[in-house]
Design a protein around this ligand. Structure first.
Ligand SMILES: [Fe+2]
Ligand SMILES: [Fe+2]
Length: 350
């Protein structure tokens, strides 16, 4: 199943979603950005890099376009390039809508969806999207056997009580707040494995990427729930405090015992599945309004345009089940006396 999801992800994204990639040639960019300035000062008659290139015997007219590497129909790409990679100074649109000009030649790539409309998300690209596997077993549970398993299990269970008291049945808010925590372990684990790989001159078996993928996936859950629930000032303050404590606690736990750290996350994910199941029950009862799905969720999980919050919660819950599997699996690898790099990571499994 892992392989088929991964293959589908790549095949689908490249052929159906990824219509244009604009890459500027390093040579032209370097000439434009670096040599151009000095050269203009040295010889005013050679006022442009194009003139220099012409003297060197290369075609000048449309030199940038001629040397642009693009996937797909060349003429169609040229139209898109018109608006994306202008001159030596690349332009981009900033958050305030104003144009940012830079002479570094870093041109924003323009990507289109399969229907020809522009891809509007800069925080993720079409090839990072996927269809969630809703058939995953949601009831799977790792029975705590060893002392460390029990520590992990009861640590998570004890965290559940204050969470239940604080949020009660406000599941939208609860989901948003918990995602701010859930996105931490993957980043911490990935970062520590990254540093270990550098220190020991060894490969990671794909686990750095797998854990960072998990962190990014969790962060996308947060970006989605932000659209349906806005944090109040005291909730923001709580997130800052919790992050300060949790990041450091997990960092230390991962250094001391990665098998405990992954087991804790495995149980946290089991709790997340439970929370989202309760969320769905509240939606079914009508206690929470089943509003239309946020646009970012529709694009990220490739949902039908008329999807609702319930559809979003279903795919998020499926993601949590995948995180559960990955983290219990990682803990099991350590339990069997091996390191994560000894077993290929389940890349794209979420
Ligand atoms: Fe999540
Ligand atoms: Fe998760």
């Amino acid at each position: 199943m892992m392989m088929s999801r991964g293959a589908r992800r790549h095949a689908g994204s490249v052929s159906r979603y990824f219509s244009t990639a604009v890459l500027r040639p390093a040579t032209a960019a370097a000439l434009d950005a670096g040599i151009g300035c000095a050269f203009r000062a040295w010889n005013p008659a050679m006022a442009s890099v194009e003139a220099l290139v012409a003297r060197m015997g290369f075609p000048v007219a449309g030199s940038r376009r001629m040397s642009t590497v693009a996937l797909g129909d060349k003429q169609q790409d040229e139209k898109k390039i018109e608006g994306s990679a202008g001159g030596a100074a690349a332009t981009n649109t900033g958050p305030s809508g104003g144009e940012i000009v830079s002479y570094w030649g870093v041109a924003p790539s323009k990507v289109s969806k399969e229907d020809g409309t522009e891809w509007k998300w800069s925080c993720f690209r079409p090839w990072e999207t996927y269809k969630a596997d809703l058939n995953i077993d949601l009831k799977k549970h790792h029975v705590p056997v060893t002392f460390l398993d029990k520590v992990a299990y009861w640590t998570v269970k004890s965290l559940r009580l204050p969470t239940d008291i604080f949020f009660q049945r406000r599941y939208g808010c609860r989901a948003m707040m918990l995602e701010t925590v859930a996105a931490v372990p993957g980043m911490v684990g990935g970062m520590l494995l990254h540093c270990k790989s550098l220190r020991r001159f060894e490969r990671s078996g794909g686990w750095i990427k797998a854990l960072l993928e998990e962190a990014e996936n969790e962060r996308m859950h947060l970006m989605t729930f932000m659209e349906v629930s806005k944090p109040k000032w005291y909730e923001r303050a709580l997130v800052i405090s919790v992050q300060g404590v949790f990041f450091n606690a997990y960092f230390l736990a991962y250094i001391i015992s990665p098998k405990l750290a992954h087991r804790i996350v495995g149980y946290l994910e089991e709790e997340a599945i439970h929370s989202y199941t309760e969320f769905l029950k509240e939606l079914d009862k009508g206690n929470i309004e089943n509003v239309p799905a946020p646009a970012i969720a529709i694009d990220y999980w490739r949902l039908p345009p008329d999807s609702t919050l319930k559809d979003v919660v279903m795919v998020v819950r499926a993601d949590e089940a995948h995180h559960r599997d990955v983290n219990h699996f990682a803990s099991d690898i350590h339990y069997q006396g091996q390191q994560l790099k000894d077993s290929p990571a389940p890349l794209g499994y979420h």
